[in-house]
Design a protein around this ligand. Sequence first.
Ligand SMILES: Cc1ncc(COP(=O)(O)O)c(C=O)c1O
Ligand SMILES: [Zn+2]
Length: 413
Amino acid sequence: MTVTGLRCRNCGKHYPIEAVSICEECFGPLEVEYDYEEIKERLSKAEIARRAPTLWRYRELLPVERDESIVDLKAGFTPLHRADNLAEALGLKELYIKNDSVNPTFSFKDRVVSVAVSKAIEFGFDTVGCASTGNLANSVAAHAAKARLNCYIFIPANLNLGKIIQTLAYEPNLIAVEGNYDDVNRLCTEIAGYYNWGFVNINLRPFYSEGSKTLGYEVAEQLGWQAPERAVIPVASGSLLTKIYKGLKELEVLGLIDSADTRITAAQSEGCSPVTTAFRTGEPIKPVKPNTIEKSLAIGNPADGHYALKVIRETRGTAGAASDPEIIEGIKLLARTEGIFTETAGGVVIATLKNLVEAGEIDRDERVVAYITGNGLKTQDVLADYLTKPPVIEAELDAFRQLVEKKQEVVAW
Ligand SMILES: Cc1ncc(COP(=O)(O)O)c(C=O)c1O
Ligand SMILES: [Zn+2]
């Protein structure tokens, strides 16, 4: 065992490993703690390289006790692309895209869910569930199907059709709730307490969130065991951002990288930017009511927002935001320069990166990694109105010639 227990991030109180997420003394969030000396003995670069290309190659740094408990759809070890075309378009020297949209259910959520559902099995839960903005719903439903667990999933009623259809395909109990994510989350907290169910992002949250650290480990490994100078990360609850940083710091502690000197940078949509707004004003986070086409990141009251802000400040990072038209343009820009089709959350990341470079907040010489965490097939409905529809022709060479030659004429004019 490499895990030593849970500790409150706020007051430091220690807890044994159980399905709790909030400190009973101060209501702070609980976090998993490890014995890094023990991990140092067992984990080396060579050992990691020998293992299968999934998130479980960092097994000792994840809070699951037994190999038999692991529910593995083979998430993780997704490609890191050197993105020279996009770099040129944005005026950057060295840019990489971590393409986490090619996970088993097409978002990074498979990392957190693989850990949480494995832990649910160790705790003996027969039912798992979540409150979701869509991607988590897809992933929990898929992992519950694989693990043969009962599954209850709660979403805001106004989600993208693509996410709802994908979730339904795995046949969980899917419940659409009138209200936004924060309303759904409040309801799920009550349900998790009333029934003895494992809600991955509520009572299993300390274990769930550890899965996101693997997005820090992988990027460092793929860069030849180096931390990037800048990481641009989409923010909803703020958990992913804080855990990527925790992952990099752990590699530093273990001596696997020299230093975790990455400037951690948050990306949000203007229609739901509580973390970015707090960073800019220097005030505490004020909850907002989301009003944007971007649904994946639409959490108005971010559970880990305070800790995300701390990480951004500590690392001398920054935070930016993108408007709805910029998000659409961000999706299209990534697709036409790098051949990677992302959903709205990825549009937020690319558009925010563009805005921050133009504002001089990100230096053109930095080695930047942009995290693309969800797949474009999930939010096609948002994009449909902003694409040029294909011309329809008869199946005749003449028809095609007429089209092309006419076009050439237009171009010539
Ligand atoms: C595609 C995508 N990226 C990023 C996030 C951010 O996650 P977090 O809540 O950990 O900030 C989410 C959350 O739902 C998401 O769906
Ligand atoms: Zn506490």
